[in-house]
Write a protein that binds this ligand. Structure first.
Ligand code: ADP
Ligand code: GLC
Length: 474
C-alpha cells in the first residue's frame, strides 16, 4: 500500500514535540513492514535542510486567494530517514527558522495544504491513502471532496490523526477566499462555531479519524476545546491507536545522545553514571532520588503547578529528593522556575529551553519522571522514560492512563494520581520517595518497565487494517 503522510513536523527534520517524533517513526515502521510510506512537510530553514542533499521533484503554481505563488517540492536524496521525505517550499512563507508562532500561520499552513493537494493532482499514480496529522493538514480532506478543481481526487481515502485537539487552526470567514472555490452548499463542512475550523473540518471530511490513545478519544467527547458534540457525532468513524516509540532511537544501549550506555544487564551502574553527569552539571545530590520534568511549560502539561509542587514537596516531605526541570513555554512559569533556584540546597535546578541531548541524558539518569498533565493525548515521555528504567509519576488521563499502571495495583509499575492539583502531585512525589527506599521493589519495577513493549509494530498493524477497511470501500 502507498501512504502519503502530511504533517507540520517530522523528526529529525523539524520537531516541536511528540508530533515530530511520531511522523518521523510511523512511516519508517510502515516501510519496514513492506508498505510504501512517504512524508511531505513544509520546508523550514533547518539544520537538516542544510546538511543534506536534495533533488527538485516538482514545481507548481497555485494561489492563496488573490495571491499567486510558485511552490517547489524537493526530495531527500539518500533515503536517510528510511522513507521518502519531501519538503515543500513556498518562498518567504515557509522557509523560516521556527515551525509555528508567526502571525501569518493561517496563511502559511493553508498555502502549504493547497500546494500539497495541487502537487498530488500532478501525480500519475495517486497514493492509496493520504494520512493527515493535526489541524495543519486538516483542510485537505475537505479540498479533496468539495473544491471544484480537485474533484478528481475525491476517491482518495483520507485519515486524520489527532495528536492534540486543543489547537484547531481557527480562521475568520474573511479568510474563506484562501480556499479554492468549493461547492457553497458544503460550507458547513469547513465550519464550527462561526469560524473556519480546520481540525473540525478534518473530523467531518476525513474518511476515518484516529486519536493517539483510546482514553483520549473518550475524553474528547467531554472535553475538547469546543468540539465535544462533534466528537460524539463522529464517533462511528473514530478510533484510538496508541503511539509507539522508535526503539532504534530511544534505546539506552545505543542512544547516540548519551555517552554512558547500558541495558537490562547493567542498568543499575549505567543509570548511576548518567545520574552523576546530571548531578555534577546541575549541582544536585546523587544519593537522593532524582525527579525530572521534560516538556512544554504550558497549562496542558500542568507546568504552572510545578513551582508550588516543588516548594510544597520540600516543605511537607522534607529535602529528601532532587528536582531537575527541562522545558520552555509560559514566561511566568519560566520565571517562577528560575526563581526557585535561589532556594536550592543542591536539590533543585532548571534548564529553560529546548535541548534534545539533555533530554536523553535526563531519561537515562533520572529515577522518576513527573507528568502532571491536564490533557495528554498520548504522551511519549513516559514511554521513553520507562525504556530507560525511569519510573513515571503521571496523572490519570489520556495516554498516561493507557500506558501506566499504579504500582499499588496488580502488575503495576508506575505512580498514578487523579487530579492536576498540587496536593495530589505532592502526595505522588511522597509515594515515589518512599518507593525509592524499597530497593528490591525499585529493582523489580525497573526491570519490568525496561522490558515493556511500546514498539511501533502493534500500532502499524492497527493503522494498516484501518487503511484496508477504507481502500476496500472505494
Ligand atoms: P507533546 O508533543 O505534547 O509536547 P509528547 O510527550 O508527545 O508531548 O512529546 C514530547 C517530546 O518532545 C518528547 O520527545 C520530549 O522529550 C520532547 N521535549 C519536550 N520538551 C523538550 C525540551 N525542552 N527539550 C528537549 N526535548 C523536549
Ligand atoms: C501531541 C500530544 C502528545 C502526543 C503527541 C504525539 O503533541 O500532546 O500527548 O504524545 O502529540 O502523538
Amino acid at each position: 500500500m502507498e501512504i502519503l503522510h502530511v504533517s507540520a513536523e517530522c523528526y529529525p527534520v523539524a520537531k516541536a514535540g511528540g508530533l515530530g517524533d511520531v511522523v518521523g517513526a510511523l512511516p519508517k515502521y510502515q516501510q519496514a513492514s513492506g508498505h510504501t510510506a512517504k512524508v511531505v512537510m513544509p520546508m523550514y530553514r533547518t539544520k537538516f535542510l542544510m546538511d543534506n542533499e536534495w533533488d527538485v521533484v516538482h514545481k507548481g503554481y497555485t494561489n492563496l486567494g488573490d495571491w499567486w505563488f510558485t511552490y517547489t517540492v524537493i526530495k531527500e536524496r539518500t533515503n536517510k530517514l528510511g522513507f521518502d521525505l519531501y519538503l515543500l517550499d513556498i518562498n518567504g512563507l515557509l522557509d523560516r527558522d521556527r515551525i509555528y508562532g508567526y502571525s501569518d500561520d493561517p496563511q502559511r499552513f493553508t498555502a502549504f495544504q493547497i500546494s500539497v493537494v495541487d502537487w498530488i493532482s500532478a501525480w500519475k499514480h495517486k497514493p492509496e491513502i493520504v494520512h493527515v496529522h493535526d489541524h495543519h493538514a486538516g483542510l485537505i480532506p475537505f479540498m479533496f471532496r468539495y473544491c471544484y478543481r480537485y474533484k478528481h481526487l475525491q476517491n482518495i481515502p483520507t485519515i486524520l490523526t489527532i495528536h492534540n485537539a486543543e489547537y484547531q487552526g481557527w480562521m475568520g470567514w474573511d479568510k474563506s477566499n484562501y480556499i479554492p472555490a468549493w461547492d457553497e452548499w458544503k460550507s458547513g463542512m469547513l465550519e464550527w462555531n462561526n469560524t473556519i475550523n480546520p481540525l473540525a473540518s478534518g473530523i467531518k471530511c476525513a474518511w476515518k479519524v484516529t486519536t493517539v490513545s483510546h482514553s483520549y478519544l473518550d475524553e474528547l467527547k467531554h472535553n475538547s476545546n469546543g468540539l465535544e458534540a462533534l466528537f460524539e457525532y463522529e464517533k462511528g468513524k473514530s478510533s484510538g491507536i496508541l503511539n509507539g516509540i522508535d526503539t532504534k532511537v530511544w534505546d539506552p544501549a545505543v542512544d547516540t545522545y548519551i555517552q554512558d550506555h547500558y541495558s537490562i544487564e547493567d542498568y543499575e551502574e549505567g543509570k548511576l553514571r548518567n545520574k552523576k553527569i546530571l548531578c555534577d552539571r546541575f549541582d544536585l545530590q546523587i544519593d537522593k532520588p532524582l525527579i525530572v520534568f521534560i516538556g512544554r511549560l504550558v497549562g496542558e502539561k500542568g507546568a504552572d503547578l510545578l513551582p508550588q509542587a516543588v516548594g510544597d514537596s520540600f516543605y511537607y516531605i522534607g529535602r529528601k529528593m532532587n528536582f531537575l526541570i527541562l522545558g520552555s513555554g509560559f514566561p511566568a512559569v519560566e520565571a517562577q522556575l528560575n526563581g526557585l533556584q535561589a532556594l536550592s540546597r543542591k536539590d533543585y535546578s532548571v534548564y529553560i529551553g529546548y535541548n534534545e541531548t539533555l533530554s536523553h541524558i535526563m531519561y537515562a539518569g533520572a529515577d522518576f519522571i513527573l507528568m502532571p498533565s491536564r490533557v495528554e493525548p498520548c504522551g511519549l515521555n513516559q514511554m521513553y522514560a520507562m525504556r530507560y528504567g525511569t519510573i513515571p509519576i503521571v496523572r490519570n488521563t489520556g495516554g498516561l492512563r493507557d500506558t501506566v499502571i499504579d504500582f499499588g495495583d496488580p502488575g503495576g509499575y508506575g505512580v498514578r494520581f487523579n487530579n492536576t492539583i498540587v496536593g495530589d502531585i505532592t502526595q505522588a512525589i511522597w509515594r515515589s520517595v518512599e518507593l525509592y527506599q524499597r530497593k528490591e521493589k525499585m529493582k523489580e519495577i525497573r526491570e519490568k518497565i525496561m522490558q515493556l513493549d511500546f514498539s511501533w509494530e502493534t500500532s502499524v498493524k492497527q493503522y494498516l487494517s484501518l487503511y484496508e477497511s477504507i481502500v476496500v470501500q472505494k
